[in-house]
Design a protein around this ligand. Structure first.
Ligand SMILES: *[C@@H]1O[C@H](CO)[C@@H](O)[C@H](O)[C@H]1NC(C)=O
Ligand SMILES: *[C@@H]1O[C@H](CO)[C@@H](O)[C@H](O)[C@H]1NC(C)=O
Length: 337
């Protein structure tokens, strides 16, 4: 009898424990996962928007370069390179840059939309301990949630990379470099409180730099990219005639294939070539446009054009702005044979 009741009690105990275990894990993960499920379509939309912003920033950064971030195919604008490996078949320095800037833009966009309260349940990021002593300021306000942006970018983008091949390792490494640059762009912003002019109390929060700052930082990394090889399922770089492992701590962009000659048309690599490339003086100085053609052994032709822009704008009470139309001159340089 006693044995039976002990066994019964033991089973009951196990049942209760298991039950507790279930409810515990459930209640811990549930609000978060429900939120993620609910937000899934919204987050995907933001991820795509971020991808397009990355591409736009790439074109901005490379507008006066031979490779101008053109991807050859018009389709690519729908099928952003970060989503499909086949759109950029070679693992060049340029592909590396596109991966990094896309991952960076997606991270940046997610954080921005979180700050603007567009993502339900997304809150302010954590800041470290309050500064000690009489430092004259304290953490306050809403810091950008870098962790959220990084986590979601990994979930949506890095998860697309399956397998254990060179290209997967290359993509993942460069995505991570993109996110690191966004993280490094966080700076402390402060606001003064107290009677006008006095700054008795200062509160500070962490805020991301505008995306073009991230873009130019990544462009520097593009220039400093290092060539690597894939050995024993890992990326390695050549250093003083020795192979060294490229770890996640490595902050440089890496590439596997050398770049093709972007001066010439080559459909395989999506290069339209420089013949017929146009360049506007209101975007890039004419001198630079010309030397761009010259660097590909092409001649150039410059034609003047006119455009109408709004000017002499006046504020009319209340509440419109009236402008005149002015004609301004600009020149269009085309690379020719
Ligand atoms: C296009 O580029 C690829 C990769 O660099 C190269 O192997 C191929 O020969 C090029 N094709 C032409 C027509 O230049
Ligand atoms: C890049 O250059 C090609 C021609 O070389 C041109 O067709 C394309 O529109 C340019 N892209 C951008 C974004 O300026």
């Amino acid at each position: 009898m006693e044995l039976l009741s002990t066994t019964f009690l033991a089973i009951l105990f196990i049942l209760v424990r298991t039950q507790q275990g279930f409810t515990k894990t459930k209640s811990r993960s549930s609000p978060d996962s429900i939120l993620r499920q609910k937000n899934y379509p919204l987050l995907w939309r933001i991820v795509r928007e971020g991808g397009h912003r990355g591409l736009a920033e790439c074109q901005q950064q490379f507008k006066n370069e031979i490779w101008n971030c053109s991807l050859g195919d018009k389709n690519v604008h729908k099928q952003l390179p970060i989503f499909v490996k086949t759109t950029l078949p070679f693992a060049t320095r340029e592909t590396a840059f596109l991966h990094a800037i896309s991952a960076a833009a997606i991270t940046h966009e997610l954080i921005l939309q979180c700050r603007q309260n567009r993502i339900p349940g997304c809150k302010c990021g954590k800041t470290r301990k309050q500064p000690t002593g009489n430092s004259g300021w304290q953490w306050g306000g809403c810091s950008d949630d870098i962790k959220f942006g990084e986590k979601e970018t990994r979930r949506f983008i890095d998860k697309l990379e399956k397998g254990n091949d060179a290209r997967t390792a290359f993509n993942l490494h460069n995505n991570e470099v993109g996110r690191k640059v966004v993280r490094a762009s966080l700076t402390k912003e402060c606001k003064c409180h107290g009677v006008t002019g006095s700054c008795n109390l200062k509160t500070c929060w962490k805020q991301l730099a505008p995306f073009n700052v991230v873009g130019s930082e990544l462009k520097q990394k593009y220039r400093a990219a290092v060539r690597v090889s894939f050995l024993n399922n890992k990326l390695h770089k050549r250093d003083n005639n020795r192979d060294r492992l490229v770890t996640r701590k490595h902050k440089k962009l890496v590439y596997l294939d050398s770049s093709p000659d972007y001066c010439v048309r080559n459909a395989t690599v999506g290069s339209p070539g420089m013949l017929g490339r146009t360049c506007r003086s209101d975007v890039v100085p004419t001198k630079e446009c010309k030397s761009l053609c010259n660097s590909c052994q092409l001649r150039h032709k410059t034609v003047e054009h006119y455009k109408q822009v709004k000017c002499r704008c006046k504020f009319v009470w209340c509440c419109t702005v009236k402008c005149d139309l002015c004609t301004v001159k600009y020149s269009l340089t085309t690379c020719t044979k």
